[in-house]
Structure formats: C-alpha cells, structure tokens
Write a protein that binds this ligand. Structure first.
Ligand code: ADP
Ligand code: ADP
Length: 227
C-alpha cells in the first residue's frame, strides 16, 4: 500500500450560500520515502491539499489515509494527536515564536513527549547541529537571517522524528543561496533519514530537488517528468 493515499477526494468551500468546488474526485498515491513537489497556479488547491494531509482540514467525501490511518474517519482531537506524532510542518514564514530562542522553538514539539528536560536538551542540540546551527541555541529569531530561521523551522519539524514532512513554500521567503541550503537539507532528510516529503512550491529549483513533481490544475494532478 502507498504511504499516503487519496481516493475520490471531494473538497469545496461555501462562501455565503455559494458552494465552490476545488476537488471533485482527487486521487493520489505517494510511497514511503518519496519527495514530491506540488506546483500549480494560485487558487488550484495546493494549500487545501496540504491542510488535508496535515489533518487540519478534512475531505467532504472520499478517503484519505496516511500509513494505514484513515484521517477522514478521525475526529479533530485524534487528528491533532496523530499530527503531533507523525508529521512535521515547514512553513514559508517559519512560524517561530519570537519570544523563544532557537533551542526553545525547536524544543516545543518535545514538550508533548514523556522526556526529561535533559533528554529534550540533548535532542534539541542534535537537531540544531544537524541543521548547522550549533552555538546559536540562545539566539532569538529576530537576530537571525531568513535562512537561519528556516533551518530552526526544519529542526523543529523533525525533532519528534516524524516519518512525514509537509513543506509549504519552504523557500518562498529566501534569497537563492539560503533557498538552496534549505533544499539541500530537505534532500538530505529525504535520502539519509528516509523522510517522506510533500512540498508545495512555486520555485522551479525546489521542484528540481524533489524526486518528482505533481502539477495541480483544475482539480486534478498532472505528472510531468523532471526537467
Ligand atoms: P500558500 O501556498 O503559501 O498558502 P498561496 O499562493 O497558495 O499561498 O495563496 C493562498 C491564497 O492567497 C490563495 O487563495 C490565493 O488566491 C491568495 N494569494 C496568493 N498570492 C496572492 C497574491 N499575490 N495576491 C493576492 N492573493 C494572493
Ligand atoms: P492554492 O494554495 O493553490 O493557492 P488554495 O488551496 O489556497 O489554493 O485555494 C483553492 C481555492 O479555494 C481558492 O479559490 C480559494 O480562494 C478557495 N479557498 C481556500 N480556502 C478557503 C476557505 N477557507 N474558505 C473559502 N474559500 C477557500
């Protein structure tokens, strides 16, 4: 079975009395260990798809399973627990808490786990080391470059060792050099740590870092060979 499977997913929104369909019958299969870039015009449903994979949003109909768990059949509380244990999310604008330093930001997901303060500190240190930020534990986000903040965001996303990483425009706010460093890091996490990655992006360079690209248009996926 694929790690992620969507079958016949329907999803739309109601604005006032008007129903706006986004997906009428979306199918998708992603094997474990894949690194998929999702591209498509603004409004094509990329964020909606990512929100469904994250269990933040649910399909109106159809099935959505990740690792044999039916997200479409879980309630909100179960989805949020599932999310905390199984996935990390990397955001375009990092979503770091400004009043917390780098180490405290990375530590946040671990506060849900039965770990001692010492175990958490060791784990956070390893993660900051992995993203090339050891020595910057005490720095606050406002003192860091965008690229450094995104690396803190990546460390936070993987600190609980989730199998799945969802990335929403991870290079969208970065200069080319920082963007390439972030992409290098995502490729490393995919190849060496076997993270499955689904990344929404407008950045063609980011898409080239992925193993394959899915183009979302008019509610359907169109797969294209890597360019
Ligand atoms: P993200 O992928 O980071 O969520 P999107 O590009 O998907 O951002 O856009 C989210 C929403 O914001 C969409 O509904 C889109 O129509 C709107 N949007 C995106 N970019 C612009 C823009 N430059 N100007 C106006 N609206 C935008
Ligand atoms: P993308 O990320 O590709 O820009 P989105 O998933 O953000 O696309 O949006 C797909 C369509 O659904 C857009 O037309 C958007 O305006 C609409 N949409 C997204 N979220 C909502 C919402 N919460 N309420 C109403 N309409 C929404």
């Amino acid at each position: 079975d694929p790690y992620i499977a969507l079958a016949g997913v329907r999803k739309g929104y109601r604005i006032g009395g008007e129903a706006i369909p986004i997906f009428s019958a979306l199918d998708l299969a992603i094997p474990r260990g894949d690194f998929v870039a999702v591209m498509g015009p603004s409004g094509s449903g990329k964020s909606t798809l990512l929100n469904m994979l994250a269990g933040i949003d649910v399909p109106d109909a159809g099935s959505l399973s990740i690792g044999n768990h039916r997200l479409d059949r879980m309630g909100e509380a179960a989805r949020s627990t599932w999310r905390a244990h199984n996935m990390g999310i990397v955001f375009q604008f990092y979503n770091l808490l400004p009043m917390l330093n780098a180490a405290e930001n990375v530590e946040l997901p671990l506060l849900l786990k039965p770990l001692s303060a010492r175990e958490r500190r060791v784990r956070v240190g390893k993660m900051l080391d992995l993203v090339g930020l050891s020595g910057r534990e005490k720095q606050y986000p406002s003192m860091m470059s965008g690229g450094q903040q995104q690396r803190v965001g990546i460390a936070r996303a993987i600190v609980s060792d989730p199998g799945l990483l969802l990335c929403d425009e991870p290079t969208g706010d970065l200069d080319r050099k920082s963007a390439d460093e972030v992409l290098e890091m995502l490729s490393f996490l995919n190849r060496q740590l076997e993270k499955t990655i689904v990344m929404v992006t407008h950045d063609p360079q980011a898409a080239r870092s992925a193993k394959r690209t899915l183009h979302l248009d008019k509610g359907q996926f169109v797969e294209r060979a890597a360019s």
